[in-house]
Design a protein around this ligand. Structure first.
Ligand SMILES: Cc1cc2nc3c(=O)[nH]c(=O)nc-3n(C[C@H](O)[C@H](O)[C@H](O)COP(=O)(O)OP(=O)(O)OC[C@H]3O[C@@H](n4cnc5c(N)ncnc54)[C@H](O)[C@@H]3O)c2cc1C
Length: 557
């Protein structure tokens, strides 16, 4: 039996920052992670992190841009708190050892990003996530805590109406174990892999979101899925917004800078939902390249700038597309990139289950509302990771000892045992691929009611088939066939919540664009969707959006 005050699940930026805050508050802390911390998806972040530190910029402008970017679905109290914390958070990361790129005068360099009134995105070339992760990992390494490395969370344990710990699977030994805790922070990252065309790593399978949902937590705003406008054709590897921030431009097959039609003021630096819709519209109206795709041109920026500011992008283009961005345009299309929705929390990271907290991309506070601005997510992991760590430690200081039950472990072990004993049944990878195909083709940038209904039928049929999923590999140690089966089950639940929320929301707001309801409908839909798990799927209810200073207006760029 393992016991701790605070268990943080996930060792990306949100998890590490939560752990550090809880350790500083004198809690006995453990981190559980299926990946080595430096392998977390946070390390793939390219473009940068927002903070209004420029002389021309202000915290109020950052708040306004974020409220507007969210299409007025973000909670303004949370956004105000978030933007005020931005400057101190970035400076703290610098003091932890993150090496940011510099302006000629030695100050932190900033680049323009979509939806921001001023250059506000601080960066480390195009490897910002890795630089932050490395700095935080080194800082955390000076503290003492317990690390459960390559352990997979399978369930959140709730007894007597509060969280009592987790059940996890030790990949190396092949055994299920219970880790009792007074507070659990889920920082398990996104579920982008419910889609096939995604910029997310293969490990972004939403395990923590699904475990929280199964344990009774409410998921918030799951229908809001961000598509990044510029993913490399075929591989869907991200081409950072920083490429347009540095001056890159989008062109159609006629050589037109088509963003002038959709965002006459800011052109290529409109927010992501706007640019993604523009690209899909160009392609649908016959102005895309056959493939289909559009071009992202950097050539006019010159070799020196491209190779120094966008080193990783150069490597990706050369290695995965066989083109050189210094001399050739980059073929791009939108791909799933970010989940605005997640485990519903307040500003302190607390969920509707006492003792269960969440932070980072797994959570929905909500500051991104219906559309996230680039550079706000890295910041979110650190700002709200810290808050969740503080709240978890405070809860642990007053909570009674967790009560656990051997049946918690036995339940998960029996599920897996049945998967491994089945002599015929469904291969997890077939179910995963079919789910991704349904989500890619029917729950995309533009959403049609008949396609959403068909996607729901597809996902539900796959859930039924999943009841007979089988694991053919019988190895105890590092059984990736088993990991695949568990992750696929999590993602099917989350795909269902996304589609059910999207069917119900009969308006277009931010990234949720309903062809049959093309307008934003503030009278009926200025509210958050909450999904809890019922016997036959998600049960939806709604919660108000918090306002402080900004009245909803039409959103133009
Ligand atoms: C390619 C790419 C580029 C991006 N660029 C930017 C950018 O420039 N700026 C920006 O603001 N945002 C960017 N984002 C978004 C941002 O990087 C993420 O939202 C953020 O890093 C998520 O951090 P996290 O700590 O919540 O989760 P992650 O970094 O995904 O970490 C999740 C952690 O949970 C663990 N975990 C998951 N499941 C389990 C389980 N079952 N059991 C145990 N552990 C588990 C993993 O091991 C991992 O340690 C980008 C995202 C992508 C995909």
């Amino acid at each position: 039996m393992h016991r701790h005050d605070v268990v943080v699940v996930g060792a990306g930026l949100a998890g590490q920052r939560a752990a550090l805050a809880a350790i500083e508050a004198k809690s006995d802390v453990a981190i559980v992670s299926k990946l080595h911390p430096l392998r977390s998806h946070s390390g793939a972040a390219q473009g940068g992190i927002n903070a209004a530190i420029g002389k021309e910029d202000s915290v109020d402008t950052h708040i306004y841009d974020t409220v507007k970017g969210s299409d007025y679905l973000g909670d303004q109290d949370a956004i105000e708190f978030f933007c005020r914390e931005a400057g101190p958070t970035v400076i703290e990361m610098e003091h932890f050892g993150t090496i940011f790129s510099r302006a000629p005068d030695g100050s932190l360099a900033r680049r323009p990003f979509g939806g921001a009134a001023f250059p506000r995105t601080i960066y480390a070339a195009d490897r910002t996530g890795l630089a932050l992760l490395q700095g935080l990992y080194e800082r955390l390494g000076t503290e003492s805590f317990t690390m459960y490395d390559e352990w997979d969370l399978t369930s959140v344990v709730v007894h007597e109406g509060r969280c009592q710990g987790i059940v996890a699977f030790d990949r190396r030994r092949g055994s299920f174990e219970e880790i009792a805790a007074k507070s659990v922070v889920l920082a398990t990252g996104p579920c982008g892999r419910v889609y096939g065309r995604t910029t997310n790593s293969h490990t972004s399978t939403g395990d923590g979101i699904a475990a929280a949902y199964r344990a009774g937590a409410a998921l918030k705003d799951m229908e809001f899925v961000q598509f990044h406008p510029t993913a490399l054709l075929e591989s869907s590897i991200l081409i950072t917004e920083g490429a347009r921030g540095e001056g890159g431009i989008l062109k159609n097959v006629n050589g037109e800078r088509f963003m002038a039609r959709y965002a006459p003021h800011v052109l290529d630096l409109a927010s992501r939902d706007v640019v993604s819709r523009a690209i899909i519209t160009e392609v649908r109206e016959g102005r895309g390249f056959p493939g289909p795709y559009v071009h992202l041109e950097l050539m006019h920026l010159g070799k020196e700038k491209i190779e120094s500011r966008l080193q990783e992008i150069c490597d990706f283009c050369r290695t995965f597309a066989g083109i050189d961005p210094v001399t050739q345009p980059i073929p791009v299309m939108p791909a799933q990139h970010y989940m605005m929705g997640g485990i519903g929390t307040n500003i302190r990271g607390e969920t509707n289950i006492p003792g269960l907290l969440a932070a980072g991309e797994a959570a929905c506070v909500s500051i991104h509302g219906a559309n996230r601005l680039g550079g706000n997510s890295l910041l979110e992991t650190l700002v709200f990771g810290k808050q969740a760590g503080i709240a978890a430690a405070e809860h642990a200081a007053r909570a009674p000892a967790p009560s656990v039950d051997p049946a918690d472990v036995a339940k998960d072990a029996a599920t897996v045992d049945a998967m491994m004993r089945r002599s015929d049944g469904e291969e997890p990878q077939h179910l995963r691929i079919a789910m991704q195909a349904a989500m890619d083709s029917k729950v995309g940038v533009f959403r049609l009611p008949e396609e959403l209904t068909a996607a729901l039928a597809d996902v539900r049929a796959l859930q039924t088939r999943y009841e007979r999923v089988r694991v053919v590999d019988s190895s105890k140690s590092y059984n990736l066939n088993l990991t695949d089966a568990l992750e696929t089950g999590h993602m099917l639940d989350l795909a269902e919540a996304i589609v059910v929320g999207a069917i119900a929301r009969t308006e277009s707001r931010g990234a949720h664009s309903r062809v049959d309801f093309p307008k934003r409908d503030d009278a009926n839909w200025m509210r958050h969707t909450l999904a809890t798990r019922g016997p036959s799927g998600p049960v939806l209810s709604y919660a108000p959006v918090t306002y402080t200073r900004w009245e909803p207006k039409e959103r133009v760029y």
